[in-house]
Design a protein around this ligand. Structure first.
Ligand SMILES: Cc1cc2nc3c(=O)[nH]c(=O)nc-3n(C[C@H](O)[C@H](O)[C@H](O)COP(=O)(O)OP(=O)(O)OC[C@H]3O[C@@H](n4cnc5c(N)ncnc54)[C@H](O)[C@@H]3O)c2cc1C
Length: 478
């Protein structure tokens, strides 16, 4: 019997199996291809990219670039194979997908401590197992997992609303207020002067849990026209375009009639624009995405509009003219666990600690995020098997930010959903400087990953010089 079974040889499973084997454990990697193929997978290779061949930006300041840099420092198998098989794609790390997947398959197949088993796993073994079966997990294993979870904590459709950076909102147009002034966090309202003073100091000007972008009638009409005309992404063949009422795409609502959105997510009821003293014709509400209030999601704005169309059309909303989109909205078939409610600090099922989850199933979105959550889960499990405690990656790093997204305790009413890496997941810098925020956060992440890596002893020390960034004075403190 091997030390660990990893189920699924995609981004997360391949990385997890490799890391565990490199640390000295024997691993059974169970992959159902080619015996059984999901509707999205097409080749028998491990590490198959199901859609785009891009692992996104390699710019060291872009969130995806920073995460990849961290993964390189952790000696990720997936990123090493991607680097070997990169194709020209500007700032992006795009790969020749077959060369990339072949390299991963070969490395895993030749590893003396990895045994690849080509079969569909339908029952979970009793020894340590990492389930990394991805967004299309279904069939018997899906039912078994559902049973282990208690039956009600696995989501199948993923409705994602866009997220914008707080400092890109035009606060002269937008106003903070909860409907009927019912705020959970701000019992008293601050005066305009107090708010301006706080804002000048770079502090949280928070009064009111929600931010509202008010639309006049003509602005609303234009917005609806553009939503109706905007280019949409068509569902994949295997996706039923069937929506739950609670996560209806805005374009489907707009198609039902020009007033539908105004009586849905854009309803202005219970709100009063302090600048006009009256209720707006319609509003777009934004809700804090993190406790630092550096990022906000557009409430109820799940959409299948193409990304460039989202940027163009949502920038028509007053207050969002210069919005920086940290994440775009989407809807697609997906399967993920309500991880904060069900999983512990090592991604183990609280009711069955030998069972761990990795990859997209844990509620991260994207190839590299899934790979990252394969690596972190493997390191946490390895530490446990070595009989030592391993602190999770620092929350100031992209690895730590994703770890926190999956594990942080949430209010029972919080609707957990997948995320990709973005700066909204990182704690703010804690100074009043407004310049080069991302660059300085990237510097901080680099500095803080080093000691953690050294402490794990699982990877090379942080001696590799980080890529130079050509901007002045990036010191983290003001
Ligand atoms: C249609 C589609 C398009 C996508 N496009 C993109 C994109 O362009 N860019 C992006 O970043 N992300 C994209 N994603 C998300 C992408 O799937 C994930 O980001 C990533 O591949 C998830 O990694 P994973 O390791 O969790 O799962 P996967 O990479 O999907 O790997 C899961 C593996 O488990 C195997 N498996 C499943 N069930 C069993 C079983 N019972 N027994 C044994 N093996 C099993 C599967 O065959 C598969 O090899 C897309 C997802 C889908 C569904």
């Amino acid at each position: 019997m091997t030390d660990v079974t990893v189920v699924g040889g995609g981004m997360a499973g391949s990385e997890a199996a490799w890391q565990l084997a490199e640390l000295g454990f024997t691993v059974s990697l169970v992959e159902m291809k080619p015996v059984s193929m999901s509707p999205a997978h097409q080749s028998p290779l491990l590490g198959e990219l199901v859609c785009s061949n891009s692992l996104r930006s390699d710019d060291p300041v872009a969130p995806a670039g920073l995460l990849k840099e961290e993964l390189r420092r952790c000696e990720s198998l997936v990123i090493a194979c991607a680097d070997q098989h990169r194709v020209p794609a500007g700032q992006a790390l795009a790969v020749e997908r077959f060369g990339f997947a072949r390299a991963i398959t070969r490395k895993l197949a030749l590893h003396p401590r990895i045994r690849i088993e080509r079969r569909r796993l339908d029952e979970l073994p009793d020894h340590p197992v990492i389930v990394a079966t991805g967004p299309l997990t279904e069939g018997e294993l899906g039912r078994v997992i559902m049973r282990e979870l208690g039956g009600d904590r696995m989501y199948f459709y993923d409705a994602i609303a866009p997220i914008v950076a707080a400092d890109s909102i035009d606060w002269d147009r937008a106003f903070r207020q909860s409907r009927w002034d019912r705020d959970a966090s701000s019992p008293e309202r601050k005066t305009r002067e107090e708010t301006d003073e706080l804002r000048a100091a770079g502090g949280d000007t928070g009064v009111g849990d929600y931010v509202n972008c008010p639309l006049e009638r003509a602005e609303y009409d234009t917005f609806i026209t553009e939503v109706n005309a905007g280019r949409k992404i068509l569902p994949h063949d295997f996706e039923e375009p069937r929506y739950f009422e609670s996560c209806m795409p805005i374009e489907v609502m707009a198609e039902r009639g020009p007033e539908t959105l105004r009586f849905g997510p854009m309803r202005p009821i219970g709100l009063c624009d302090p600048k006009t003293g009256r209720r707006p014709w319609a509003v777009v509400q934004l809700r804090p995405e993190n406790r630092y209030r550096t990022a906000y999601n557009l409430v109820g704005f799940q959409t299948r509009l193409a990304y460039p169309e989202q940027q163009r059309i949502f920038r028509l909303i007053p207050g969002l003219e210069r919005a920086e989109f940290l994440r775009f909205g989407s809807i697609h078939r997906n399967t993920y666990i309500d991880a904060p409610a069900r999983l512990g600090a090592k991604f183990e099922l609280r009711t069955r600690p030998n069972l761990r989850f990795a990859g997209l199933l844990t509620g991260v979105e994207g190839y590299i995020e899934s790979c990252a959550m394969g690596l972190v889960v493997a390191w946490l499990l390895a530490s446990e098997l070595f009989g030592r405690e391993l602190a999770p990656p620092p929350p100031t790093t992209m690895l730590g930010a994703l770890y926190n997204h999956v594990t942080a305790a949430r209010e029972p009413s919080y609707k957990y959903g997948p995320t990709n890496v973005n700066y909204g997941l990182l704690p703010p810098l804690g100074d009043a400087r407004k310049d080069h925020k991302k660059e300085r956060m990237a510097v901080r992440a680099r500095e803080e990953l080093g000691p953690w890596l050294a402490m794990t002893g699982y990877s090379r020390p942080a001696s590799a010089a980080p890529p130079a960034i050509l901007v002045p004075d990036l010191s983290v403190t003001a």
